[in-house]
Design a protein around this ligand. Structure first.
Ligand code: NAP
Length: 360
């Protein structure tokens, strides 16, 4: 047994029966079509992953959470169109009995791919979705004869400080210990998380940065590039039984550089507003105190902690020995850079839907 120290430092090491080093050569097995259960298919990466799996010829079944009693034809039609080429099943994965329904119990799947995650990031929801719902999915997978479980996680779990990170790590551990072949994919920042300032900058407002805008860096990955990487885990044996940090192409980029590039594309003089990180500490302190009496304030305090985390921690591989984030050690996949996407969005082409509840 070895401990994968590089990828799971701090608090919750992942025990694996696989040797983490050296990385094997990428070996794409001859592409065989599989019957795949996809979780989280209505989310940003889930939708892209459904397309990637269908493109590769897999038979894809998506388990979707019913919308406020909407189990009607309208919802079916909407999602049948968005998830075209897949079969839809309805049920909330965070309710144990859903896993007993026909279509899941006593059915065979070759693989589960999960892009499911808490939409709110509140500690309760994170433990319910990022951990408990996944534990039920894992138990069901074992009963359904699944051989391979591909889990979308997040690179930030390597330095866990937040409830959702601990919930994700607890499930990663359960998956590694389950005996199933696993691929745990820990991506860096998504494009949608770095698109929020486009509108305010277009309206002539300054680009907001924490500190000098160089406290952090990331290697953003597009939805389709990440989806391609997730779908590719099924065929590429080099991605089996591994924890896989992954970023997009090109060098790491700081918030300051993102803003400068956006202003250049808009042919506007750069204007930045510097926000001190200490302001977030004050907000966290106040909300945490109020949160002892009012649960809604406690959830807001956790959101502020999430904000502080992303304002101060890079989305790159953490090197615990050197005590710093390492852009060079963060693998790249795909072809589209954030700067390519900015150029498209500035022209009005396909700006991302950040979603009502998108917090990460
Ligand atoms: N944003 C980033 O920059 C970033 C970076 C690295 C990693 N990540 C990680 O990537 C993952 C996915 O992100 P995303 O942006 O694609 O997520 P998302 O758009 O918020 O989608 C979440 C998916 O999970 C489903 N879900 C949530 N609660 C559920 C429940 N109780 N039962 C069944 N399904 C449920 C949602 O279904 P509904 O449509 O029914 O709500 C949706 O399909 C997250 O784990 C996130 O931490 C994000």
């Amino acid at each position: 047994m070895t401990i994968d120290k590089l990828l799971a430092p701090g608090g919750q090491p992942i025990t694996t029966s696989q040797s983490p080093e050296p990385l094997p050569e990428s070996v794409a097995a001859p592409m065989s079509t599989m019957r795949v259960l996809l979780l989280g298919a209505t989310g940003t990466i889930g939708m892209a992953t459904a397309r990637a799996l269908v493109r590769r010829g897999h038979e894809v079944v998506c388990l979707l959470r019913p919308r406020q009693g909407v189990r009607d034809l309208q919802a079916d039609a909407l999602w049948s169109e968005r998830l075209s080429g897949t079969k839809l099943l309805w049920g909330n994965a965070a309710e144990a009995e859903v896993w007993q329904q026909a279509g899941l119990a006593n059915t065979h799947f070759d693989a589960v791919v999960s892009c499911m995650a808490s939409r709110t990031g509140s500690p309760r929801d994170a433990w319910r979705v990022d951990h408990q719902a996944h534990v039920w999915a894992l138990q069901a997978a074992q009963a359904m004869g699944v051989r391979h479980f591909v889990q979308l996680s997040a690179i930030c779990v390597q330095k866990p400080l937040l409830a959702f990170q601990h919930a994700k790590l607890a499930f990663e551990k359960a998956l590694v210990e389950s005996g199933l072949t696993y691929s745990i994919v820990r991506p860096t920042a998504f494009f949608k998380s770095l698109s929020g300032q486009l509108d305010r900058v277009k309206k002539g407002k300054p680009f907001l940065i924490f500190g000098d805008g160089q406290l952090t860096a990331c290697k953003p990955i597009s939805d389709d590039d990440l989806a391609d990487f997730l779908a590719g885990c099924l065929d590429d044996t080099a991605r089996h039984n591994r924890i896989l940090p992954i970023g997009g192409p090109g060098p790491a980029i700081t918030p300051l550089a993102q803003g400068e590039h956006l202003f250049a594309l808009l042919a506007m003089p750069p204007r930045f507003k510097r926000v001190p990180v200490g302001l977030l500490d004050v907000i966290i302190g106040v909300l945490s105190t109020v949160g002892k009496l009012i649960p809604a304030a406690a959830d807001k305090a956790e959101l502020a902690r999430i904000g502080r985390y992303y304002a101060t921690e890079s989305m790159l591989v953490w090197d615990p020995a050197a005590n710093h984030y390492d852009a060079e050690a963060t693998p790249s996949h795909g072809s589209e850079t954030l700067l390519d996407a900015y150029a498209r969005w500035v022209k009005g082409e396909g700006a991302p839907d950040r979603g009502e509840h998108a917090v990460f």
